[in-house]
Design a protein around this ligand. Structure first.
Ligand SMILES: [Zn+2]
Length: 518
């Protein structure tokens, strides 16, 4: 409830607005006028969240009525929506070429947005990744290094900074792992983590979460407040139990309705060898059916923005926290412990109304670290100092090429059961760490004797990460290991996931959800 830390307050108050607007001013100039009228141009050049806005807006209104720009004319961005769809693999979306029609609404939305084709998370579990989405820090920086942990004191949050700038800030989450024991409510005016009665492991139906978000949204618009809305949907997360009609559409004809609608009967974690081909198909269909549901709910939010008349000045970011291993590995239907690309890659779609780059696909590697700096750049707010990410706007505009792409560091929690191919003695709950460049990835599993077991993959020739080339490329392994070690040292002891003991109640709840197996 506006409980921003003193550090947050000091930083954001001392931050000042830069002089030139980076997005709309340039966009409009580059477009050479888009028929939306001079009034929009003037606003793009001169208005903002400083005192000036109060002077400029009446001018805009007068000019707008004289020029009669179309209702849909883009205006300066005033509001922000971040929609996080948990466990959503980008390669299961139509906009990334998936063969099944799982995401008709997001596909359409993507046509009017910028799509990042190679977005990567920083941790393959829910709470650490969301800590990054909402602070811009790596998990070692914000403190949530595995599910059940909390933000470090004093870490500035996106919500805290926007609240101080006068935004109405509301979050609506659907899973136990994001409830307020994480301190991710820090800075939000409203943090709705009421999941209702327990159902299939402490989660809320996305329809309910969306309805609560829409109700809140209507109030803010009626009160004429600028807003930051964060919505988290849990649908694609295990146990993959969409309405039967949404899964059945992807199943071969041999399936009966009862096959899909019966309660999930299998253990959460399964060896791929124990499942028949038909069972595997059924589970993928269930997973895809959940994406269909989430896609419909995303559209519900988009429609509401239109209906409330705020779509033209609302920035919308759609992303996920991590992907999911389906049947690529021996251990199936799972995430959190293995930073392979099916878990590490995420969708990232950025919609800025009136963006001349809309429809563009950006091929470069980017990460969830970049979301916060990009948002601050779009709104022309100064970022908190020292964030490891960077604004994606120059990349979108083609002003920067990635001749020397930055690595993304990805972490996970070691669990011997889930990586049976690691023959050395894996340190249970130790830190799995990876360094990913667009063409290559080094993964280091922690094993006995304070050593690391390396896996090196060529992501171009071997995107499925099947062929470990570490043994024949020792020099590359050593070089990337050095970068990993340097990165970890920069964050110091913060990177010991065992350094923060879990509250027993939290640990018990996580065990019930299947996050802790011992
Ligand atoms: Zn998640």
């Amino acid at each position: 409830m506006g409980n921003a830390s003193p550090l947050t307050r000091r930083r954001s108050i001392s931050s000042r607005r830069k002089v030139a607007r980076p997005w709309y001013g340039r966009g409009m100039r580059r477009a050479g006028g888009d028929g939306s009228g001079r009034a929009v141009y003037l606003v793009a050049e001169h208005s903002g969240y400083n005192e000036g806005v109060r002077i400029v807006i009446p001018l805009f209104l007068i000019a707008a009525s004289a020029c009669s720009p179309p209702v849909s004319a883009p205006a300066e961005p005033k509001n922000l929506v971040i929609l996080s769809i948990d466990t959503l693999r980008p390669d299961h979306l139509g906009l990334h070429g998936y063969s099944r029609p799982t995401s008709p609404h997001l596909d359409r939305f993507a046509l009017d947005s910028v799509v990042f084709d190679q977005a990567v998370t920083v941790h393959v579990a829910t709470a650490p990744a969301h800590g990054t989405i909402l602070t811009g820090e790596y998990p070692g920086g914000h403190g949530i290094q595995r599910n059940g942990m909390a933000l470090k004191p004093g870490i500035p949050t996106l919500a805290g900074i926007l609240t101080e700038r006068g935004f109405a800030t509301g979050a609506f989450v659907s899973g136990w792992t994001l409830q307020r024991h994480t301190d991710l409510d820090r800075g939000f005016e409203i943090y709705d983590d009421d999941l209702g009665p327990p159902r299939n492991g402490a989660r809320r139906e996305g329809a309910q979460t969306t309805a609560a978000a829409v109700k809140w949204l209507r109030k803010q618009v009626a009160a004429e407040r600028d807003f930051f809305l964060f919505v988290h949907l849990f649908e694609p997360h295990w146990p993959y139990d969409p309405p039967a009609r949404d899964a059945l559409r992807f199943l071969p004809g041999v399936y009966e309705l009862t096959t899909v609608s019966k309660p999930v009967h299998l253990d959460r974690l399964l060896s791929v060898n124990r499942l028949t081909q038909a069972e595997q198909q059924e589970y993928v269909a269930r997973y895809d059916g959940e994406i269909v549901v989430a896609d419909r709910l995303a559209d519900r939010l988009f429609e509401e923005l239109e209906d409330l008349g705020v779509a033209h000045n609302t920035v919308v970011v759609v992303l996920s926290d991590h992907g999911e291993t389906l049947f690529e590995r021996e251990w199936t239907m799972d995430h959190g412990t293995r930073p392979y690309d099916e878990q590490a890659r995420v969708p990232l779609i950025l919609h800025v109304p009136g963006d001349p780059a809309a429809g563009k696909h950006v091929p470069d590697q980017v990460s969830l670290l970049d979301v916060v700096p990009t948002v601050f750049d779009i709104f022309d707010f100064e970022s908190p100092e020292g964030l490891p990410g960077r604004s994606l706007l120059p990349l979108i505009r083609g002003e920067r090429t990635e001749a020397n792409p930055r690595p993304v560091f990805i972490t996970a929690r070691a669990e011997p059961q889930r990586v049976p191919h690691i023959k050395a003695q894996l340190l249970n709950r130790g830190l799995v760490r990876a360094i990913r460049l667009p063409e290559i990835k080094l993964i280091e599993y922690p094993v006995a004797g304070r050593r690391q077991q390396p896996e090196l993959f060529n992501l171009i020739d071997d995107p499925g990460e099947r062929d470990n080339r570490a043994g024949e490329n020792i020099d590359i392994v050593v070089g990337l290991h050095g970068e990993l070690a340097e990165w970890q040292n920069a964050t110091g002891k913060a990177f010991d996931p065992g350094s923060q003991e879990l509250d027993p109640e939290v640990e018990e709840a996580l065990r019930e959800l299947g996050y802790i197996d011992d």
